[in-house]
Design a protein around this ligand. Sequence first.
Ligand code: GTP
Ligand code: MG
Length: 293
Amino acid sequence: MINQTEQPARPRSRADENNVCLIGVEGAGKSTCAGLIFLTALDIANTPSSKATLLIEEKTLPIRTIADTLRKGYFPPSTPLGESFEAFLSLKFKQRVRTLAVNIGITDIAGETLREMMDYIAAGRFEMPDADRIQDANRFVLDARSFLMVVDLQRLILYRKADSQDAEFSRFIDLLMRWKRFNKRSPRTKCIGLVFTKYDTVKNMLASDENVSLDSDNGRHDFMNKFMPQTSLSLRGKATGRVINTFYSSVDLETDEDGRSSGKIRLIPGKRWPAYSVKEYTRMISWLRYVLR
Ligand SMILES: Nc1nc2c(ncn2[C@@H]2O[C@H](COP(=O)(O)OP(=O)(O)OP(=O)(O)O)[C@@H](O)[C@H]2O)c(=O)[nH]1
Ligand SMILES: [Mg+2]
């Protein structure tokens, strides 16, 4: 067994510092989220007035392939158990005096692997079994400075009674913060973003609840208190200067005349581009630009 605290310090690069780790249960929509971040960055870079360029470095996350799949109207395949993937995006904005680079390293880990890791952490054991597949994921998560916690809205709201995401995220945040307090080498958390996925599946239901909404600050506050009270408390409890924000993610699905969905993503007419919550993703990139600057 390898103990995390005995590992030699790894040299850090700027890319490492800005790694955004996607955390979430199996099938929550992490890979789709990574693909949509990439498409949004691509869109920004292709808008001449943004004066931005995009550098893509695929370490292991086949982010271009995910984007291609989405542009054909399909969701990416489930991330293989035990794999952790990394891609690095650098959006460079030309400004009057200097160029501003927004570097986002995305780490995507299979939900099942994350669950195994979290079970270990929950048992108070941060050292992982001597298996490469877990070691890598473990290192990615413990060394990350920024997190996007991907919450499956469909499970959270439609299957509310059976869903345990609130408890799991809350437990994860508490344990992670404890680990960071006791392990000086582990970098401080810069930011935590909550990404509520599959918004399209619950949008109508949420609209019928007067108080909660994911479209305004007040609405988001009430939403968190109602659907994620424990996570809300964990995030508030340890205000160590990290920045917190919430976003929703949705895609439009194709439907037939009877309103039945084929599960295929609707493409914008005349464009090989999925119809998705582009405003939220643009807001997310602006936020990351501000926090990771
Ligand atoms: N309706 C709808 N379904 C979505 C959306 N995002 C993801 N899904 C569904 O959720 C499934 C899982 O999405 P992924 O992005 O693969 O989720 P993941 O968290 O990477 O899953 P693992 O890699 O298996 O842990 C997809 O195949 C879709 O069926 C969305 O915005 N709307
Ligand atoms: Mg995945």
